[in-house]
Write a protein that binds this ligand. Structure first.
Ligand code: ADP
Ligand code: MG
Length: 693
């Protein structure tokens, strides 16, 4: 047999035909070495039997016991229940699907060994459809010798296939070592116990004497070694994007003919945080290198003014600016604000969104291309191929966590001319914990607006069960009598948007019946944008007392007289999202309130989460808590945006490595630049190649 090499295609392995190769290709696995970087998601411990009396829910374990009672229950779903015991405790096995012969086998007195996840059932701990094996007579006790890796997979590719593939790939590592792109000196001492080859072998095939707990908790030095390299590869790729962008020229915005006038007509002075951030931006915009800056500021901190002032810099110097927002409602609001602020200065503001008529769109597109529009505001519609600019100098993206890196690039590239790249300003109200910002936004400089405009009072938050709905409704009545306005947010689980809107309509109707003298309106995602705008305008102008809405109002909507918000089924949303919603009130000078209504029973943890909102109005604290509870993917919205999902690294668990990773990234770029590309490729393949500019 000819000798295989780790760089050979996977098809040279035994058992890999075209079908399997295609599946692997979809996961980015082409060469044998790509397989080695397909790392286990977790491990199953089939190496020891656990006493049933010691079990806790969520554990995935191996147990053995004797069936004490076996019965078919007819409830909502017919199920076979086997009560087993091992002398230390008892547990129920639950089967929803079972054959006659299975039922006969699983009879009283039978010894059985099961592997599965423990859950808490209605009366006792349970395992639902465990893997099981019947034990007859005195078979010698045998269990797996090592932990069983569980791989991330795709449909039709079983764990067994992965193990077979990896066994072949790992054999190659006995004769060949993986090239190390990381000089020893760059490794943090905490992760230097293992070289790359050893680490890979260890995590795929943990030896029998490994520290099981450590491995399952993802704290093993072998995992840390890999996590370090993965985090490094990720930072390098982000820096590469930045570096490549900086090889381009950007227009210098030196003229500043509008700012003074603009600030004079603004009904409030800027906070010192706003002034500081604008100064930072201005400094960037006066360079001929593309700005890449993230402005973080809690809801209501006043990011829109900062955006407007930046856009004015572009316009002063004869360039166009574009501002994109994630929802039509928010984009419309920005459009109105910009028009109010900027048209008196003689600046043309244009509007581009999905729900325009074809004629309107043609007109905007032509005006943008001709340069008649100075500032374009809109939604994703700005990405369309037909949209071109005359002289695009600045791209502003609001609520950036809703967009992916790709989208940011796509918009920026619209302003790309021969060697010119527009400046980029991205804004977010999700206060990203520092650790995440360093990793997720390594391509951006960060400015923070860490101060709210004066006079704002923190929103008082209460958490109540929905059996107190009547009280809440009375409270709405009182607020409206005092000429305050109220939001009622429906957070519904229905999968279809249609059903969601339907349910919101029902709620609005019920509330109207309960509060006949109030002016109640509804806004949801399926309404025409003109209708939505009309409702929002009416609400803004005080013609509506109570606005029932779906979470479409989450971002940015600004009505200072609204001082009470009720969020129904608050337990269904993430903390950061709730905080965003709550930010819709407390924007004026009166004391505002937020009622988080939940549907009991709610777990202790669920209540603790909501309590966190009651206790804090600080977006950073809440984001950190959200991060701990839900993980970085949810906080950053990476599920939708396609930031890389890590294979071993975990931004929370590995945050102690980040300073060393950052340092290593710098050294590698300056001293071993030839290693950068292969390292990124090894971990992220071609997926990350959006950095081409
Ligand atoms: P966000 O940061 O959430 O986007 P906005 O830009 O929408 O916040 O501003 C929230 C509200 O605060 C708006 O009504 C805005 O006009 C107002 N505002 C912004 N800056 C100041 C300031 N310095 N003083 C008083 N009000 C301000
Ligand atoms: Mg905003």
């Amino acid at each position: 047999m000819t000798e295989l090499a780790i760089a050979d295609p996977v098809t040279s392995l035994k058992g890999v035909g075209t079908k399997l190769a295609e599946k692997l290709d979809k996961l980015g696995i082409r060469q044998i070495q790509d397989l080695l970087f397909h790392l286990p998601l977790r491990y199953q411990d089939r190496t020891r039997l656990m006493p049933i009396g010691s079990l806790r829910p969520q554990q995935e374990i191996l147990i053995e016991g004797v069936i004490q009672l076996s019965q078919v229950k007819f409830g909502r779903r017919r199920s076979l229940l086997c009560h087993i015991s091992d002398g230390t405790g008892a547990l129920v096995l639950r089967f929803f699907h079972f054959s006659k012969s299975q039922q006969q086998q699983l009879a009283k007195g039978q010894r059985i060994r099961c592997f599965g996840e423990v859950r808490s059932g209605p009366s006792a701990l349970e395992m639902v459809h465990p893997e099981y094996q019947l034990i007859h007579g005195d078979v010698p006790f045998s269990v797996e010798e090592a932990l069983t890796p569980v791989y991330p997979t795709t449909e039709g590719l079983h764990q067994l296939s992965w193990r077979k593939l990896l066994n072949q790939a790992l054999k190659l590592l006995d004769q060949q070592t993986m090239p190390s792109y990381l000089p020893e000196a760059l490794l943090d001492p905490r992760v230097a116990h293992f070289d790359l080859t050893q680490a890979l072998k260890y995590v795929h095939l943990p030896p029998p004497d490994c520290d099981v707990g450590q491995l399952i908790a993802r704290e093993h030095p072998a995992q840390k070694r890999l996590a370090f390299e993965e985090l490094l590869a990720q930072q390098l790729s982000m820096r590469q994007i930045r570096y490549r962008a900086q090889q381009h020229q950007a227009p210098k915005f030196n003229a500043d003919m509008f700012s003074e006038k603009f600030l004079q007509q603004l009904p409030f002075p800027l906070t010192s945080a706003q002034q500081r951030v604008i100064k930072e931006i201005r400094k960037d915009l006066q360079q001929n290198i593309p700005m890449q800056r993230l402005v973080q500021g809690d809801v209501g901190s006043g990011k829109t003014v900062v955006a407007a002032l930046s856009a004015l810099m572009a316009v002063s110097s004869g360039y166009q600016a574009v501002m994109m927002a994630p929802t039509e409602l928010l984009a419309e609001q920005h459009y109105q604000t910009f028009r109010n602020w900027l048209e008196p200065l003689g600046i043309q503001v244009g509007w581009c969104a999905g729900k325009q008529t074809a004629a309107q769109r043609r007109q905007v597109i032509a005006a943008l291309a001709e340069g008649e529009i100075n500032i374009a505001v809109g939604t994703h519609a700005l990405f369309q191929d037909e949209v071109t600019f005359n002289r695009l100098g600045l791209v502003i993206i609001d609520e950036q966590h809703r967009f992916g890196v790709h989208q940011r690039m796509a918009l920026r590239d619209k302003g790309k001319a021969v060697d010119i790249l527009p400046h980029q300003l991205v804004m977010t109200a999700t206060p990203i914990p520092r650790t995440l910002a360093m990793t997720a936004y390594a391509d951006l400089n960060v400015s923070v607006i860490d101060e709210l405009p004066p006079g704002r009072q923190p929103v008082t938050t209460v958490v109540v069960a929905d059996n107190r709905r009547q009280e809440v409704i009375e409270r709405i009545h009182v607020a409206c009598q005092q000429k305050r306005q109220v939001y009622w947010v429906c957070t519904l689980i229905e999968e279809s948007e249609h059903l969601q809107c339907q349910a919101a309509e029902d709620t609005a109707e019920q509330l109207q019946q309960a509060l006949p003298d109030l002016r109640i309106a509804l806004v949801h995602g399926r309404m025409k944008s003109a209708e939505k705008e009309q409702v929002m305008q009416a609400f803004k102008q005080g013609e509506i007392d109570l606005l029932v809405a779906t979470t479409v109002i989450e971002v940015g909507v600004d009505v200072p007289n609204a001082s009470l918000m009720v969020i129904e089924n608050a337990e269904r949303l993430g903390l950061a999202q709730l905080h965003q919603l709550r930010g819709r009130v407390g924007r004026g000078t009166v004391q505002s309130h937020c009622v988080l209504m939940y549907h009991p029973p709610l777990s202790e943890n669920g209540l603790a989460r909501l309590a966190c909102l009651r206790e804090s109005n600080d977006g950073f604290v809440i984001a950190q808590r959200d991060l701990e509870i839900r993980g970085p993917g949810e906080v950053l919205g990476t599920r939708q945006t396609g930031l890389p999902q890590f294979r071993v690294a975990d931004l929370l668990a590995d945050q102690d490595l980040l300073p060393a990773v950052t340092k290593a990234a710098e050294t590698l770029i300056t001293q071993h630049p030839e290693n950068v590309a292969p390292l990124i490729n090894r971990w992220f393949g071609t997926k990350l190649n959006f950095g081409q500019v």
